[in-house]
Design a protein around this ligand. Structure first.
Ligand code: AMP
Ligand code: MG
Length: 521
């Protein structure tokens, strides 16, 4: 074994830790992390790895194929410099303060610094119990691990800010799960994903010390986060620095949500412990992708009642979450006004990013006020006609502006009856759009290029991921590998790969894993 991975574990070196080691379940006060080792597994085996993510760490194919790789990223062995720990955080779950949560099954291995000087935290998810596991087992099943691995890298290729995934390792052990909480628990194959991000700090890391009145601890975490992860703000005076930082968190969160809306991603569990301080998409659980356009859709069966985390509600939820973070930061600020101003800044940033989405998705020079209503009208029609979001926008780039017709969109409709009733208003919209585009006088080739860069052809549709899971559970990883390859170039049409761009097949409409997912993972 000869890896180039070099570690510099600032989080645990500079911030207070729990004096107790090991996985005894406990409330951990006055500390931001607890030392705990991954629990070894029976037979770690690499099912898939990401060459792009490996390259960030200076690792290559020879490393990924070496036996140490499966051992290390399956939790059976440490590399020199790794110092495993679980982070202590709280969070608001579904609108309610939940107290201490923490990394219940994620274990950070350390911070590696690559040849370019970039810092990457490595984290195993599903590596066994920690002090924060509460009543759960610290493990993860293959289906949810594969979904997280696949989507993290797909989001990166789509240009959406995200945590990354280095590897998907099966453990050779079974994990007991009751997928729909209906008393039908079964043993499922276990797996571990190695996640990679500059920082895994979440809103909830700040909320917990604030809720406990541990103001000095909170302040140390804020100062550390700014110093390590927002170095461009370091030179500002203390008060201005903290305000500028919170403003930047608001900005990054707005940009991330606008990307989700652009590509049709529904996170599914936007609790404050699942929002990254860096504005990265984090914690891929019961997430989903919009097939037929529906702002009220959520993939998460656990959220089916209130649908708090539905597609069209994500910006509002992000704002609510930022308000909880602002509340947590209040003890460090002399007054609330700058925090309120930053929350307002979030709204402006989101609307600006959303207008940029409209400009790009419709292939316009700029978004005029009337274009916002043009887009809203389209969303209403796509919903009413049960239209595939991805296929529709991709086809819109190919519309004949001189003779708008429905023909290019036929593959996008899920319900022939709804298509028929929506035909006249859809045609009227296409004519309105064509007139708008003609008046814009953007070169047609340029317009098409811009639209194709904003509207993906391939996204990790829920049923595609499920097919990869079904095959992988049966011992065949070729479906996953082909899907990973397609998703590497989501904006480029790939001859022979048309099936991956097709609308969801009918069998998948109401199938578990394809349209309905629970938090059981
Ligand atoms: P989530 O909503 O999935 O991000 O998880 C919420 C909390 O539950 C976090 O503290 C997780 O670490 C914890 N958790 C979820 N699943 C497990 C598990 N299988 N074992 C231990 N902790 C878990
Ligand atoms: Mg989480």
């Amino acid at each position: 074994m000869n890896t180039s991975l070099r570690f510099d574990n600032r989080f645990i070196t500079e911030l207070p830790g729990d004096p107790e080691e090991g996985s005894r379940i406990r409330q951990v006060r006055a500390a931001l992390w607890s030392r705990v080792m991954p629990t070894p597994v029976a037979a770690p085996s690499v099912l898939a790895w990401s060459p792009e993510c490996a390259a960030l760490l200076g690792l290559n194919a020879a490393d990924a194929e070496a036996s140490w790789f499966a051992d290390v990223f399956g939790g059976n062995r440490l590399l020199p410099g790794m110092q495993p720990y679980a982070a202590n955080y709280g969070g608001h779950q579904f609108g309610n303060w939940a107290g201490q949560l923490g990394d219940g099954r994620a274990i950070l291995l350390g911070e590696t610094v690559n040849a370019q000087g970039e810092r990457w935290e490595l984290q195993l998810k599903g590596a066994g119990p920690t002090p924060y596991s509460r009543s759960a087992d610290g493990r993860a099943v293959l289906r949810s691990s594969l979904r997280e691995f696949l989507c993290s890298e797909a989001m990166h290729h789509l240009g959406v800010p995200t945590t990354r995934a280095l590897s998907l390792v099966t453990t050779g052990e079974g994990v007991l799960r009751d997928m729909f909480y209906d008393g039908r628990a079964r043993q499922e194959p276990g797996a571990i994903v190695c996640r990679v991000a500059p920082s895994f700090i979440r809103f909830g890391n700040f909320e917990l010390p604030a809720a406990r009145g541990e103001v000095e601890l909170l302040q140390r975490l804020v100062d550390f986060t700014i110093a390590r992860d927002f170095p461009q703000l370091a030179a500002l005076p203390e008060k201005a620095r903290r305000i500028a930082w919170f403003r930047e968190v608001c900005e990054r969160t707005a940009v991330m949500i606008a990307h989700w809306m652009r590509v049709g991603f529904v996170h599914g569990v936007m609790n404050t412990d699942n929002l990254s301080i860096l504005g990265l998409t984090i914690d891929y659980g019961p997430y989903g992708w919009i097939d037929d356009f529906d702002p009220d859709w959520t993939p998460n069966t656990t959220d089916a009642g209130g649908r708090r985390y539905r597609f069209g509600h994500q910006a509002r939820v992000a704002h609510w979450n930022l308000a909880q973070l602002a509340n947590a930061l209040l003890p460090l600020m002399q007054d609330a006004a700058p925090l309120e101003e930053a929350l307002q800044h979030f709204v402006q940033c989101f609307f600006a990013a959303d207008r940029a989405n409209t400009t790009a998705k419709l292939g316009l020079r700029a978004c005029e006020t009337a274009d916002e209503s043009l887009m809203q009208a389209l969303y209403g029609l796509l919903h009413a006609a049960e239209t595939d979001m991805t296929i529709f926008f991709r086809a819109l780039a190919g519309l004949d502006i001189e003779a708008p017709a429905l023909a290019p969109f036929e593959a996008a409709f899920y319900d022939p009856a709804k298509r028929t009733t929506s035909e006249a208003p859809l045609l009227a919209w296409l004519q309105r759009y064509a007139a708008r585009v003609r008046e814009d006088a953007l070169d047609p080739a340029e317009r098409r290029t811009r639209m194709q860069a904003a509207n993906p052809c391939y996204v990790p549709r829920n049923y595609l991921a499920q097919q990869a899971i079904d095959s992988a559970e049966a011992g065949d990883t070729s479906t996953l590998h082909t899907l990973m390859e397609v998703l590497r170039h989501p904006y480029t049409e790939q001859p022979g790969r048309e099936a991956f761009a097709a609308r969801r097949p009918e069998w998948a409409r109401n199938r578990a894993g394809c349209s309905m997912l629970s938090c059981s993972s």
